[in-house]
Write a protein that binds this ligand. Structure first.
Ligand SMILES: [Zn+2]
Length: 274
């Protein structure tokens, strides 16, 4: 069992886990969910002898990204981010979700580490998921950001709630593409999702500004150039939902620094090996 939460600020998080097989990190881009594959980012024989930063839990000074974290954590006014994380994803080293966890305040993020939703799901998570509609038209205030036949684009979903100030629960699945599909399928088959949940997928129009540059979190090899890391996907959707583009750039700052550090470590190792 492992809670990968900034130590200085406990967050509302469920950390119960179950036994299962391997998991990696998934994210969404376009109508597809992404799987970022790779391993052994900073973990090498020397890492055990390095000191670990109490802020970001990374080896310091080579891999600490605290300098890139915001002075004040982001507070989401119009949404709450609920991440349903596969247990094996929680144990991976090369995750991007910690960048989101280090940048959001405790009232804005809940991470639930379980393979599936069930009657035993924590009450905090249930409260976020099974919220009664706040409007007479029963417009959903729970959005699952995951592709599916009935999914609407993010642009369309935002258009539908124009002038609506109720707080949305933004639900993300954090797992490999394979495990995310399993989580989604189970929750559908066992009717674990709220009845009025809106399924949202990132269509090309939603991601136009991101499609012109190469993969950002390239320490794990994505299956295609068009895949986003979990942190980038979550940051992008939150920024749109909150109408705050700075949310995306604040979260990308430590992520970019970590990727940069990883590349320079890799170059150093290559040079030493020559
Ligand atoms: Zn640090």
């Amino acid at each position: 069992m492992k809670a990968h939460i900034a130590k200085e600020t406990p967050r509302k998080e469920s950390v119960s886990t179950e036994n299962d097989n391997g998991s990696e990190q998934a994210s969404l881009r376009g109508a597809m969910a992404a799987t970022l594959i790779g391993d052994g980012l900073i973990g090498n024989k020397q890492s055990n002898q390095r000191s670990i930063c109490a802020g970001c839990n990374r080896p310091t000074p080579t891999s600490c990204f605290c300098v890139a974290l915001p002075a004040q954590r982001i507070h989401l006014e119009r949404s709450h981010c609920l991440v349903l994380q596969h247990p094996h994803e929680a144990r991976r080293k090369n995750r991007s979700l910690p960048f989101v966890q280090h940048c959001l305040d405790s009232d804005s993020l809940t991470v639930h580490v379980r393979k599936r939703l069930s009657k035993n799901t924590d009450q905090t998570v249930k409260d976020l998921l099974y919220r009664p509609p706040e409007e007479a038209n029963e417009r959903s205030n729970v959005w699952l950001v995951y592709p599916g036949e009935e999914a609407v684009s993010l642009t369309e979903a935002l258009e539908q709630r124009r002038d609506d100030n109720s707080r949305i629960t933004l639900v993300f699945l954090d797992a490999t593409w394979k495990y995310a599909k399993e989580m989604d399928r189970y929750n559908i088959q066992h009717q674990q999702y709220p009845a009025n949940m809106l399924r949202v997928q990132l269509a090309e129009q939603d991601l136009a500004p991101l499609l012109t540059r190469p993969c950002r979190f390239d320490i794990r090899t994505p299956p295609t150039e068009q895949h986003l890391s979990t942190a980038e996907c979550v940051a992008w959707v939150m920024a749109q939902a909150e109408e705050r583009p700075d949310i995306y750039s604040i979260i990308m700052k430590p992520l970019d620094l970590m990727v940069q550090q990883w590349h320079s470590c890799k170059e150093t190792r290559t040079t030493n090996d020559d």
